[in-house]
Design a protein around this ligand. Structure first.
Ligand SMILES: *Cc1c(COP(=O)(O)O)cnc(C)c1O
Length: 399
């Protein structure tokens, strides 16, 4: 999904023109989000369900723009379940994450949420709650198998020992426990082993390995399951934005994989995508407050920083940006600016880690211009440490 610069620029200029003093903001293009979600949906074969992992960005306007295009939402906490239920009383919800509290499990049961169980102890606690309420609980076992197909990306949640999912050696004990608990209703297996996958072919290989592994367990343990949740993890290429995950290629290979004759009557696939759904619709805009030279390098200091937009620091990349010239200048002193050079963009925090972009080439930038960072719709504002230094929060604009 390419940024619609004209439309975003118009929204930025309108909001900036009305603002007082140095300014920063998040802007979300909700139409683009809905279009992108529809495009994802169209690419998924009919045997697939599409959920949005809301921790990527749980702002209400985004959820409402996405709702018509998804089968449901994935929550990672009781707080997210409550937030979702307030707005979507009837939408399907699913619940993952390590360290679920009894109160969160009870809320999930009460709100008819499918639980992705992450350990034998969690299964035990869910069983006790189900018995206490006399209620049947649909669940998937989140497993962490060692898979040879697991290509490594920059963020790996499984395929090696981690706090996520049930280690493969404990799966038999969990299945044994499930046989003794008629109120616990095993609907399938859940896999979410990595994030930041940019390679469509490798992703299909990984899903194929999930399917094979599930088939083997079903045969070995005599299980009938309805779903295989294949997690999220499709990445966004921040470093080389023109090379994004090849969704059409992925969907064609996936359709081929699911059309294989041995898959007749097989479980449905559930996707719970976060980053790839919402990253593209968001933009972070920040006004340049100062420009200075040091040791042959140029630094642009902006209103805001990593406490508002932590994505580049969290991912360890230099975030791409555009300069939006602002011609207004009504000060009695000269306006600092640079032409045809590389600029390191830093924020207002008292730490050298507060850097959004490093040695990025720019044609022209001045104090008072705006820098516009695309791909800021997922794991951006919501993962940032907003109140470090107690600067005012950025404006949030949904258009
Ligand atoms: C965070 C998360 C997702 C979404 O991951 P993305 O990389 O944003 O697609 C999906 N499933 C689980 C269990 C998660 O924790």
């Amino acid at each position: 999904m390419k940024p619609d610069w004209d439309k975003v620029t118009a929204a930025v200029r309108a909001a900036h023109g009305a603002a007082e003093g140095p300014w920063s903001a998040y802007l979300y293009d909700l139409q683009a989000l809905a279009r992108h979600a529809a495009h994802i949906r169209e690419g998924l074969p009919p045997q697939c369900d599409f959920f949005y992992a809301v921790k990527a960005n749980s702002d209400a306007p985004l959820l409402h723009a996405l709702a018509p295009h998804v089968d449901g939402f994935e929550a990672s906490s009781g707080g997210e379940i409550t937030w979702l239920r307030e707005q979507f009383p009837h939408t399907q919800l699913i619940f993952s994450g390590p360290g679920k509290l009894d109160t969160e499990l009870a809320l999930a049961i009460e709100q008819r949420v499918t639980v992705h169980v992450e350990s034998l102890h969690e299964l035990e606690r869910l069983a006790a709650l189900a018995r206490a309420g006399g209620q049947r609980v649909p669940l998937l076992l989140r497993v962490n198998p060692p898979l040879a197909e697991l290509a490594t990306t920059t963020l790996v949640m499984g395929g090696k020992p981690t706090q996520f999912g049930i280690a493969i050696e404990h799966l038999p004990a969990c299945l044994q426990r499930l046989r003794q608990e008629p109120l616990l209703d095993l609907r399938g297996f859940h896999f979410h082993l990595l994030s930041h996958q940019l390679d469509a072919d490798r992703h299909v290989q990984l899903l194929s390995a999930y399917l094979q592994q599930s088939r083997q367990w079903c045969t070995q343990y005599g299980l009938h399951i309805e779903h295989i949740n294949v997690g999220g993890g499709i990445g966004v290429n921040y470093r080389d934005p023109v090379q994004q995950f090849d969704w059409p290629r992925f969907s064609a290979s996936l359709a081929q994989l699911l059309a294989q004759p041995e898959r007749a009557g097989a479980p449905r696939l559930r996707f719970e995508l976060g980053r790839y759904v919402s990253a593209f619709c968001g933009y972070y805009a920040a006004e340049v407050i100062d420009i200075k030279q040091a040791g042959g390098r140029t630094f642009a200091v902006v209103r805001g920083g990593t406490h508002q937009f932590r994505t580049p620091y969290a991912q360890g990349h230099s975030h791409p940006f555009h300069v939006l010239p602002v011609d207004r200048w009504d000060r009695p002193y000269p306006r600092p600016g640079v032409t045809d050079c590389t600029v390191t963009v830093a924020g207002q925090l008292c730490t050298p880690k507060d850097v959004l972009a490093t040695d990025a080439p720019v044609a022209h930038v001045r104090v008072g211009d705006l820098l516009l960072f695309p791909y800021a719709g997922a794991y951006a504002w919501h993962i940032s440490h907003h109140d470090f230094l107690r600067h005012p929060h950025p404006q949030h604009i949904y258009f």
